[in-house]
Design a protein around this ligand. Structure first.
Ligand code: FES
Ligand code: FES
Length: 183
């Protein structure tokens, strides 16, 4: 690592200034709050959240397709906001709450969006589905007063090679209506 202070000042004392602690390349221990539970695991500093979820934590509901932030298949919630977990290092999650598709239902009771996806046949191969569900559910957590345009905006970053988009929109509108009527 270049010692910037010493380089700029030419001061030998400045060479004593130390930067932030270096972590890795060997695995380090971190604790993540995932689906309401504290999980301690070993991660290499280069490991993404998606890799940590699918590997050490065995939560394979989160899918990885492009692995470069282009398809949203790997969407999870971080403190309730949607993020692409392939674009975030597990080390950088800190104390923020991670919610994956496995954590969306309450026991045997599906989230209204999950139930509506089944009802409206809003999936084919299912590879994009966990991410789609989490984005649509995040929309409904913000408001039940949604339009088709709102749903299309919520899933605008999601690629579905099977072309389920119209069914996803219909399912999410139905879920919003269910939630609004309290049934
Ligand atoms: S797998 Fe993360 S955005 Fe495609
Ligand atoms: S259901 Fe197959 S990619 Fe969306």
């Amino acid at each position: 690592m270049i010692d910037t202070a010493a380089t700029i000042t030419g001061n030998a004392e400045a060479a004593q200034i130390v930067g932030p602690p270096t972590r890795g390349p060997q695995p380090v221990s971190i604790t993540l709050n995932v689906n309401g539970a504290e999980r301690t695991l070993q991660v290499e500093p280069r490991m993404t959240l998606a890799e940590a979820l699918r590997g050490p934590l065995r939560l394979t509901g989160t899918k990885v397709a492009c692995n470069r932030g282009a398809c949203s298949a790997c969407t999870v919630w971080l403190d309730g906001a949607t993020v692409c977990s392939c674009m975030l290092l597990a080390l950088d999650v800190g104390t923020r709450r991670v919610t994956t598709i496995e954590g969306l239902a309450h026991g045997d009771v599906l989230h209204p969006v999950q139930a509506a996806f089944i009802e409206h046949d809003a999936l084919q191969c299912g590879f994009c589905t966990p991410g789609m569900v989490l984005s649509c559910a995040a929309l409904l957590e913000r408001t039940s007063d949604v339009t088709a345009e709102d749903v299309r905006a919520a899933i605008s970053g999601h690629y579905c090679r099977c072309g389920t988009y119209p069914h996803v929109v219909a399912a999410t509108l139905a879920a919003a209506s269910t939630r609004k009527s309290g049934t």
